[in-house]
Design a protein around this ligand. Structure first.
Ligand code: PHE
Length: 365
């Protein structure tokens, strides 16, 4: 058998096998059988070495041509098979981009966090900045400097959590209000002061409207000519923006706090029409008042305790329960739910993280 016949047979066999290969791995088997190290065409090429010059001059170009032709045929078939495989995948794997997304659990903003943001935003619009202080306080900051000396009856009203007595007989407390941060601010910096102080506070108490840990936001303004008119205007603007009732009435009821003089408690108008609680007066016999905060002009003794001259500086302070105004605004009846970490409660009363119902922009709406 001569080399020409061999080469032609190999050509026919491989072209047929390439045509028959319907998958990439079958085609690879054909390539190995033809052009692999021990493949048929490689065998034939190895035969060139044993040939005479004349024979090689004929067989060389013949075999090289064969090798190139089969290589090209394999490449072409490979491209075709890959394109067909892609076609098949595209036909089979359909993505319906209009299908609704599967519901995914997402967290909610706790009503306390939401209300803290709302309140802070309103006071920020009035030029207040935010200050903070420690939850564990000294007796001095929580009581004495606020004009509540030892044995003062107001200490009993606070149901204080005391930490174990220290060697020198002193005792730290869990702060019973955010007012100690008034002291820290006035002792650390010179007036003017215009701050709000959000934070956790603690009293030994537990029922539908009291939990041992709760939240307050305190306000403090100290300047040279601050008077009670500023206090009233500031709180009226705040309450109307926060409760989103433009003509909301506020009642300043004389009261007593050792650290303010005069002192007042502030009520907002509300009504209980048909047993339903609403913020704002409706103009009927169901109109009533609901307490929301305590306030007053900073007591001269407190200013003195912080090294300020009451003849030069005056100001006002107020403190309110965040949890309480959150309950009022969002109709939450039992305070204890705030801290139970019950997911059903949190989903019901929580706010969507990205589109929470912010009151129009604070005061500027
Ligand atoms: N600290 C007071 C309380 O917790 C509230 C208050 C703050 C009153 C500032 C007057 C001025 O009840």
């Amino acid at each position: 058998m001569d080399i020409k016949t061999d080469s032609e047979r190999a050509r026919d066999d491989f072209l047929a096998a390439i045509e028959d290969a319907v998958a990439l791995d079958a085609l690879e088997q054909v390539r190995i059988a033809a052009l692999g190290k021990k493949g048929r065409i490689s065998e034939l090429m190895r035969g060139l070495g044993k040939m005479s010059n004349e024979e090689r001059q004929v067989a060389g170009p013949l075999l090289n041509g064969l090798k190139r032709e089969i290589g090209e045929a394999i490449e072409a078939r490979k491209t075709a098979l890959e394109a067909a495989a892609l076609e098949a995948r595209l036909a089979e794997e359909r993505l319906d981009v209009t299908a609704p997304v599967r519901p995914e659990m997402s967290g909610t903003v706790h009503p306390i966090a939401q209300v803290l943001d709302e309140v802070t935003e309103i006071f920020a619009d009035m030029g207040f900045s935010v200050a903070e202080g420690p939850d564990i306080e000294t007796d001095f900051h929580n009581f004495t400097a606020l004009n509540i000396p030892p044995e003062h009856p107001a200490r009993q009203m606070h149901d204080t959590f005391y930490l174990p007595e220290k060697e020198d007989g002193s005792q730290l407390v869990l702060r019973t209000h955010t007012s100690p941060v008034q002291i820290r601010t006035m002792m650390a910096k010179q007036p003017p002061h215009r701050i709000v102080i959000p934070g956790r506070t603690y009293r030994c108490d537990y029922d539908m409207t009291h939990t041992p840990m709760f939240h307050q936001i305190e306000g403090l303004v100290i300047d040279r000519e601050t008077h009670m008119g500023h206090l009233k205007g500031c709180l009226i603007d705040f309450a109307r923006a926060f409760f989103e009732v433009d003509d909301l009435l506020l009642r300043f009821r004389p009261s007593y706090f050792p650290f303010t003089e005069p002192s007042a408690e502030v009520d907002i108008g509300c009504s209980f029409k048909a047993g339903e609680f609403r913020i704002g007066h409706q103009g009927g016999p169901e109109d009533d008042w609901m307490e929301i905060l305590g306030c007053g002009m900073v007591h001269p003794k407190v200013l003195e305790n912080c090294g300020l001259d009451p003849a030069e500086y005056q100001g006002f302070a107020f403190g309110m329960g965040i949890d309480r105004i959150a309950m009022l605004k969002y109709g939450i009846r039992d305070l204890r739910g705030f801290f139970d970490s019950d997911l059903r409660w949190l989903r019901h009363y929580g706010f969507a993280a990205l589109d929470a119902p912010t009151l129009g922009q604070g005061l500027s709406r």
